[in-house]
Design a protein. Sequence first.
Length: 179
Amino acid sequence: MAKIKKKVKVIKIDLAKCNGCRACEVACSALHAKPKYSSNNPARSRIRLIRDPLKDVYLPVYAGEYTKAECTGRDKYVIDGKEYNECDFCRASCPSRDLFKEPDSGLPLKCDMCEDDPPQEKPLCVQWCLNDALTYEEREEEVEEEVKPEDVEIGVESMVDKYGLQKVMDTVARMTKKE
Ligand code: SF4
Ligand code: SF4
């Protein structure tokens, strides 16, 4: 299968630089407000800050996929002497917590990398993180080209144009015939 280049967008999080200012939450929720910038409720943000100021824990987390089942295990992580729960790092909108749920409807929220209309040149949370705890990177990866159903249709159409419907049908029948 043919390989194509795909642009991968990455937001790098440097915990040591995050001071818990929550500007990222404000910016994201304002961008996604309807109408845009009409309100700034962090509960509607697609990035949330796990914070415990007494323990100097500030952990920005991006909203990922919705999951209807919660995990059964609970692990703890200790990094640089600071303790985190497994759920702290989790990006899922899941039944066991209120994080990443639209407060009025309860619908799951997911970070769209600010690709909404019009797309931002750089994610807004990154632009507003004045401490550079969030930095934006783009890289290219080689992936296998996805065959879209419409491409298959166009391919079949052009074969029919070239060889005629009967010949294409006979060939497909021969290929799919059981031995
Ligand atoms: S804007 Fe930056 S420093 Fe402030 S809470 Fe968000 S990630 Fe942390
Ligand atoms: S990248 Fe955009 S959508 Fe995602 S959390 Fe940041 S501001 Fe929100």
